[in-house]
Ligand binder design. Structure first.
Ligand SMILES: Nc1ncnc2c1ncn2[C@@H]1O[C@H](COP(=O)(O)OP(=O)(O)OP(=O)(O)O)[C@@H](O)[C@H]1O
Ligand SMILES: [Mg+2]
Length: 230
C-alpha cells in the first residue's frame, strides 16, 4: 500500500463576488515509504496549495488524499482524523523555518510530541539527540533568533522528524539558503531519520530535485513526469 495516495485533487479559490480561480485541476499521485519525490513548476503554479492539501492544512474542492489508506477529507469525523494523522504521521519543513521565536530550540523540536498523538518514551532526550545529529548539540539553550538561517532550518528538520513521520512535506526547504547550506540541509534530510519516510518536496533548486527518485512538474493544475536531464 502506498503511504500517500492523492486521488483526483482539484482546488479553486473563490473570492467574494468573483469568479472561482482554478489552481489545481486534477492531481493524482502515489508515493511509497522511502520514496523521495520532487515537485517543480513556475511561481504561482499551485505547488504550495498542493502541498498544503496533501498535508491536511487546506481542503481540496474535490478529490481526496489517503495516508496509509486512511482518508483525510471524506467520511465522518474527517477533521478529527486529519488532525490525528497530521500530528502522528506527518512532518513539515517550510522555506521560512516557522520556528516559535520565544521557545528555545529543544522546546521547538519537542512541540510535535506535545500533541499526545504519538507516545515517545523519552521525548526530551530524543529532541536533544536529534539536535546533536543535525550539528546543534552545543546550542541547545539558544532561541531561534540567535541562530543563522541554515541553523534554524536544521532545527526545523529535527522538529519535522521528532515523531518518526511516515511522510515529510517540504516547501522549498533550501529556498532561503545559499547553495552550500542548502546542500547540507538536503544531506541531513536524507540521513538524520532512523526510520524511512516518503518525501514530497517542492523546490526551485535543480540540485535538490536531482537528489530525489522522481521529479514531477506541476503545470496547468496537473502533474507530469519530468525526465532527469542527467
Ligand atoms: N488563499 C488564497 N486565496 C486566493 N487565491 C490564492 C490563495 N492561495 C493561493 N492563491 C492563488 O493560487 C495560485 C497558486 O499559489 P501557490 O502559492 O500555490 O503557488 P506556488 O506554485 O507555490 O508559487 P511559488 O513558487 O511562488 O511559491 C496563485 O495564483 C495564488 O495567487
Ligand atoms: Mg509556494
Amino acid at each position: 500500500m502506498p503511504v500517500l495516495e492523492v486521488q483526483n485533487v482539484a482546488k479553486s479559490y473563490r473570492l467574494p463576488g468573483q469568479k472561482a480561480i482554478p489552481v489545481l485541476e486534477d492531481v493524482s499521485l502515489s508515493v511509497g515509504l522511502g520514496e523521495h519525490v520532487a515537485i517543480v513548476g513556475r511561481s504561482g503554479a499551485g505547488k504550495t496549495t498542493l502541498l498544503n492539501i496533501l498535508g491536511g492544512l487546506d481542503r481540496p474542492t474535490s478529490g481526496d488524499v489517503l495516508v496509509e489508506g486512511v482518508s483525510l477529507f471524506k467520511g465522518s469525523f474527517a477533521a478529527y482524523r486529519r488532525n490525528r494523522i497530521r500530528a502522528a504521521k506527518i512532518g513539515f519543513v517550510f522555506q521560512s523555518f516557522h520556528l516559535m521565536p520565544e521557545l528555545d530550540i529543544v522546546e521547538n523540536v519537542l512541540l510535535p510530541a506535545m500533541t499526545g498523538a504519538v507516545k515517545l518514551p523519552a521525548p526530551r532526550s530524543r529532541a536533544k539527540e536529534l539536535l546533536a545529529k543535525v550539528g546543534l548539540g552545543d546550542r541547545l539553550m539558544h532561541l531561534p533568533g540567535e541562530l543563522s538561517g541554515g541553523e534554524q532550518q536544521r532545527v526545523a528538520l529535527a522538529r519535522a522528524l521528532m515523531c518518526n513521520p511516515r511522510i515529510v512535506f517540504a516547501d522549498e526547504p533550501t529556498g532561503n539558503l545559499d547553495k552550500l547550506t542548502g546542500a547540507e540541509i538536503m544531506k541531513l534530510l536524507f540521513e538524520v531519520s532512523d526510520t524511512p519516510f516518503a518525501l514530497v518536496m517542492v523546490t526551485h533548486s535543480q540540485e535538490a530535485a536531482a537528489l530525489c527518485d522522481r521529479v514531477l512538474t506541476l503545470d496547468h493544475g496537473r502533474l507530469s513526469r519530468k525526465e532527469k536531464s542527467s
